[in-house]
Design a protein around this ligand. Structure first.
Ligand code: UDP
Ligand code: MG
Length: 315
């Protein structure tokens, strides 16, 4: 019998998790010819999430859980879930029911009948989201797709069902700074996109502030494009050209009008601008350097404190 693993990263999801469990088990009942395993990844929650995961495991052995020693972020949660999964198919879902579990049936049928390795989802609208957030999101997708060779689909969710071979390829990417949307696209394979309308959270609140999202977008640009590094060279050439024109202008002006000392205010402005651009470029190089530094340390992406197989009392 085939098995579907459902990977669910959870961070302070005590309110949403029981509802999620009810919904997903309903879907599991619909797919009669498949067995399921639900892997809850507790990402260092400070609420009751871990206790709920333990209780669900005691009630239903299909529920497994991995609990981190602290909050490592959703990307680490996804990796841990994929590594723990044993199914022939693996789905990734949020605990807040923003990814409609009922779509799993359709996704599974597509993978069974058609020649795809992955069925992924994208939101076609951003209802319920603040307007400026949608605006910046749209700008971000335009920018990253211009400067990166890896396609990042606008509105793509992490919600997807993949075949084992694709999951194995994803697990071969051992990088520390993980950006899953890029990684899913980078590994290739045939992906079918299903569209759906944005659903709001059933309970709890989003963990993403505007600032966190902004930093995440910078992270992804650094992870999947080296274009910003070229900015320094480009600016250098541009400024040399401008300097040549200005030198020629000043020489001619001095020869014709003979006034060599004027123009110090413009000089100050130029110094400010050029040094600003230099610092900006230095910052970009620093960002790449710091990521390289983190990668060379080879720290684990997450640390597991407890799973359903190890009881806390034994440790
Ligand atoms: N999440 C996590 N670790 C974090 C932040 C979020 O595991 O540090 C989980 C969270 O519990 C949820 C999923 O990632 O299941 C998506 O988070 P959220 O709903 O806050 O994001 P949004 O849907 O607003 O993008
Ligand atoms: Mg959500």
């Amino acid at each position: 019998m085939e098995k579907i693993s459902i990977v669910v990263p959870c961070y302070n999801e005590e309110e949403a998790l029981p509802i999620f469990y009810d919904e997903i088990t309903k879907v599991a009942k619909e797919l009669k010819k498949v067995t399921f395993e639900f892997i809850l990844v507790n990402d260092g929650s400070s609420d009751n999430t871990l206790n709920i995961a333990r209780a669900l495991h005691n009630k239903d052995k299909r529920v497994r859980y991995v609990s981190f020693s602290r909050n490592f972020g959703k990307e680490a949660g996804l990796l841990a879930g994929l590594e723990a999964s044993t199914g022939d198919f693996v789905a990734i879902m949020d605990a807040d029911l923003q990814d409609p579990p009922s779509m799993l049936v359709e996704m599974y049928n597509i993978l069974k009948q058609e020649d795809y390795d992955c069925v992924a989802t994208r939101r076609v609208n951003r209802k319920g989201e603040p307007l400026i957030r949608s605006f910046f999101a749209r700008c971000y997708y335009k920018l990253i797709n211009k400067i990166s060779n890896t396609e990042i689909v606008d509105g793509a969710r992490d919600f997807r069902l993949m075949r084992r071979r694709m999951v194995n390829s994803i697990l071969e990417l051992k990088e520390y700074n993980r950006f899953s949307k890029g990684i899913f696209s980078w590994v290739g394979y045939n992906t079918k996109w299903l569209e759906y309308k944005n659903v709001e959270r059933v309970a709890g609140t989003t963990k993403w502030s505007f600032w966190k999202l902004f930093m995440y977008s910078i992270e992804s640009i650094i992870a999947f494009s080296t274009a910003p590094l070229v900015i320094a060279s480009f600016m250098g050439v541009l400024f040399c050209l401008i300097a040549f024109v200005l030198i020629a202008f000043i020489i001619v002006k001095t020869l014709v009008f003979g006034d060599p000392t004027s123009g110090w205010p413009s000089l100050v402005c130029i110094i400010f601008m050029v040094s600003g651009i230099q610092l900006f470029c230095l910052g970009i190089i620093g960002s790449y350097l710091s990521r390289t530094y983190l990668e060379t340390k080879k720290r684990p992406v997450y640390i597991i404190k407890e799973t359903e197989e190890t009881d806390v009392k034994d440790i």
